[in-house]
Ligand binder design. Sequence first.
Ligand code: 5RP
Length: 262
Amino acid sequence: MIGELSPIEKAKFVAAKRAADLVEDGMRVGLGTGSTAAWLVRCLGEKVRDQGLRFRGVPTSTRTAELAREVGIEVTSLDEARWLDLTIDGADEFDGEQNLIKGGGGALLQEKIVATASDQMVVIADVGKEVEALGAFPLPVEVIPFGWQTTQALIEEMLVSMDVLGRKSSLRMNSSAPFVTDEGNHILDLHLGRIGNPRQMALALNQVPGIVENGLFIDICDIVVVGYGDGRVELRDINEGTVEHDRLDLEENENLFSDIAD
Ligand code: 5RP
């Protein structure tokens, strides 16, 4: 099954599999959202089943909660867990300072709350997510439905004074209706091209009335686990200033998850 995956999916899988080894017995672990995070949840489910790993997971979306329960992970809420040892999540982009754009899957609000309430945030990503400057990926911003068009106009006005290449934004759709987040909000995707000062942008966005949260994760991520399509994996720890190299034997994992469709 693993052998049939595209190089990008293999890269996501190896990053997730390496990061799953960071979870230890007794931990409270934030579980991210998206296709890379889904690999992580499956890898952790396998460890629960085959190695008797015992930990509690705090999912960042209803989708992740469903998958976690399905694979046998004990699920709890953030209110119950209060503080987490570790959060592992995907990202849409990461730069050299390990700042991120997240929210491509529409779960940025819960993801940011959960990551911020963790001793460590680990990002798992295929190498294609690495960028010199954030912003080619449209920046997701969660807005409340009330007056969202006014919020959009305020954002576009605010962007005039920012170091960006583009200022257009679009309401995220789900078929013909606006996309609705787990918290009942909408998402505006900002087509900025390049964000000159992500820290300033993150602060300025959260001053606009109607914005609940933005998808810039600044100084939140501690470790990025970067996966490559040939099985190589790099663990970059920004606090320690270390890079650890590893390689996963994809043939050895060939039959893993052969029972699942995607
Ligand atoms: C969801 C996210 C995801 O982590 C991000 O979109 C990456 O997704 P994928 O792993 O599918 O590429 O932020 O809100």
